[in-house]
Design a binder for this molecule. Structure first.
Ligand code: DQA
Length: 148
């Protein structure tokens, strides 16, 4: 049976393409979904692609992912938590509590930006961390997830 890659996008990523294009590029979230769909079909995965501006919704989705991974239907999660990366103990606890395989992803190189972006609550709970590959990071992360 084909496993699913769950790609979760947090706050403001719905604005991709128009939001600070010098930092995040001009491709939209729909373009990113298309890149992910292509990568999943290349690597034998199904895609579930979501975005929310709400922290608790992301917590719910990570808990759901933990159950799906235990059922054997989910390969893992790719999470771009946006600014919640730098603030959310709740997301850290959700990832740990769900026991889910998760790749933390950032479009920009957060370490080359403001100091408040240098700390991540996600990283200690993540299997791997990616930053600075632009939107091409998404298909790279799917390739990695397929190889875990
Ligand atoms: C981001 C980096 C975060 O610092 C920022 O708050 C975002 C996007 C990225 O993809 O580069 O919203 O996660």
């Amino acid at each position: 049976m084909m496993k699913t890659a769950l790609v979760l996008n947090g706050p403001n990523l719905n604005l991709l393409g128009t939001r600070e294009p010098q930092v995040y590029g001009s491709q939209t979230l729909a373009d990113v979904e298309h890149l992910c769909r292509q990568a999943c079909s290349q690597h034998g995965l199904a895609l579930d692609f979501r975005q929310s501006n709400h922290e608790g919704v992301l917590v719910d989705w990570i808990q759901e992912a933990g159950r799906a991974q235990k059922d054997g239907t989910l390969a893992g999660v790719i999470l771009n938590a946006g600014a919640y990366t730098h603030t959310s103990v709740a997301l850290h606890d959700a990832i740990k509590g769900a026991g889910v395989t998760l790749i933390e992803l950032h479009i920009s190189n957060v370490h080359a930006r403001e100091a408040f972006r240098h700390h991540s609550y996600i990283s200690p709970a993540a299997r791997a961390v990616m930053a600075g590959f632009g939107v091409q990071g998404y298909p790279l992360a799917i390739q990695a997830l397929a190889s875990f």
